[in-house]
Design a protein around this ligand. Structure first.
Ligand code: ASP
Length: 297
C-alpha cells in the first residue's frame, strides 16, 4: 500500500496583502477536503475534485465563483482533469454557467468518448448529468470587479494582480496519481480566449509512472512550453521533482519570458512546488501532516 499525499495551489502572481489570509484559509480547507477522501481509501481523482471544488466555491480565488472577468466583464471558465492510471483526461473551456467546472471536466473524461468540450456543447453535458448551473451574476464577485478596474487602468497583466487559478495533485493508496486545474483565466482577457489550463500537458498532466503536475501563471507562456509535461520530461530523465519543477519554470522564463508557478508529485509521494511570480499559495498533506505556504520571491 502506498502512503497517500495531496498538494493544492491557489495560484501565483502578486496576491495582494488583503487576500493573504483568505488564500491561506482557502488552500487549507481545500487540502483537508482532499485528504479526507484519501484517508478513507478514496481515489486520487475523487480527492482532487473535492479539493478543487472547495476552491471553486471560495471567492478569494480565480475559479468558479470569483473568476476573473473578460474585457466584457463576463466570466468564461476553463478546467482540466487527468487520471494518471490510464492517461485519461477531460477538459472544458469557455464555460459561462457551470458552478463546478472540474466536475464537468470529469464527466467529459468518464462519460463521453471525447477529451475536450467547449461552450454550449459542454453546458449540455452538464445538463445531461444534472450538474449544477449558475448565473453570471452569482459568479462575479467584488474582488473580481476590483481587479478588473485595476486592469482597466493599466491594461497589463502582472504582479499586481491577485486572486488566481487553482489546482490539486494527489497520490492515492493504490499508487494512482490525478491532477485537476480550474480557472476563470486572466483578467481583461479577450472574449473567447482560452488559456493553458484545459490543454493537456500545459495546465496539468498526470502519469502514474512519472508523476503529476498542476500549473498556474501566464497561460500564453505555459502553453508554448507545455509546462506540466516539461516537468515530467525532466523527471523522466532522472531529476528529483523539486529540481524538475524549478528547471521547467526557469526554461519558460528564459525561452518565452513567461512567469508562473506549479505544484508536483512523484510516485513516491515527494512534493515539488516552485514559482517565478511574486507569490504563490499552496498547501499539502503528507503523513497526515499539513503544511501551508504563501511564499514571496
Ligand atoms: N494560467 C491561467 C490562464 O492563463 C491564469 C493563471 O493561472 O494565472 O488562464
Amino acid at each position: 500500500m502506498v502512503k497517500p499525499v495531496i498538494i493544492v495551489h491557489g495560484g501565483a502572481w502578486g496576491i495582494p496583502d488583503r487576500l493573504v489570509e483568505a488564500n491561506l484559509n482557502g488552500v487549507e480547507e481545500s487540502v483537508k477536503a482532499g485528504w479526507i477522501v484519501l484517508e478513507a481509501g478514496g481515489s486520487a481523482l475523487d480527492a482532487v475534485v473535492a479539493a478543487v471544488n472547495v476552491l471553486e466555491d471560495d471567492p478569494s480565488f480565480d475559479a468558479g465563483i470569483g473568476s476573473g472577468l473578460t474585457e466584457d466583464r463576463t466570466i468564461e471558465m476553463d478546467s482540466l482533469i487527468m487520471d494518471g492510471a490510464k492517461l485519461d483526461a477531460g477538459a472544458v473551456a469557455g464555460l459561462k454557467d457551470v458552478r463546478y467546472p472540474i466536475r464537468l471536466a470529469r464527466k467529459v473524461m468518464e462519460e463521453t468518448p471525447h477529451v475536450m468540450m467547449i461552450g454550449e456543447g459542454a453546458s449540455r453535458i452538464a445538463d445531461e448529468f444534472g450538474l449544477e448551473r449558475i448565473t453570471q451574476e452569482k459568479l462575479v464577485t467584488g474582488e473580481a470587479v476590483r481587479e478588473f478596474e485595476e486592469w482597466s487602468e493599466k491594461a497589463v497583466f502582472g504582479d499586481s494582480f491577485g486572486h488566481d487559478t487553482v489546482g490539486a495533485v494527489a497520490l492515492d493508496s493504490d499508487g494512482n496519481i490525478a491532477t485537476a486545474t480550474s480557472t476563470g483565466g486572466v483578467t481583461g482577457k479577450r472574449v473567447g480566449r482560452i488559456g493553458d489550463v484545459p490543454l493537456i500537458g500545459s495546465g496539468g498532466y498526470a502519469d502514474n509512472k512519472v508523476g503529476g503536475v498542476s500549473t498556474t501563471g501566464h497561460g500564453e507562456s505555459i502553453m508554448k512550453v507545455n509546462l506540466a509535461k516539461l516537468v515530467l520530461t525532466y523527471m523522466n530523465m532522472g531529476m528529483p521533482v523539486q529540481e524538475a519543477s524549478e528547471k521547467a519554470l526557469g526554461y519558460m522564463k528564459v525561452r518565452v519570458n513567461g512567469q508562473g508557478g506549479l505544484i508536483a508529485l512523484d510516485p513516491d509521494g515527494n512534493i515539488g512546488h516552485a514559482f517565478t511570480t511574486k507569490r504563490m499559495v499552496w498547501a499539502s498533506i503528507k503523513d497526515g501532516k499539513i503544511e501551508t505556504g504563501i511564499e514571496t520571491s
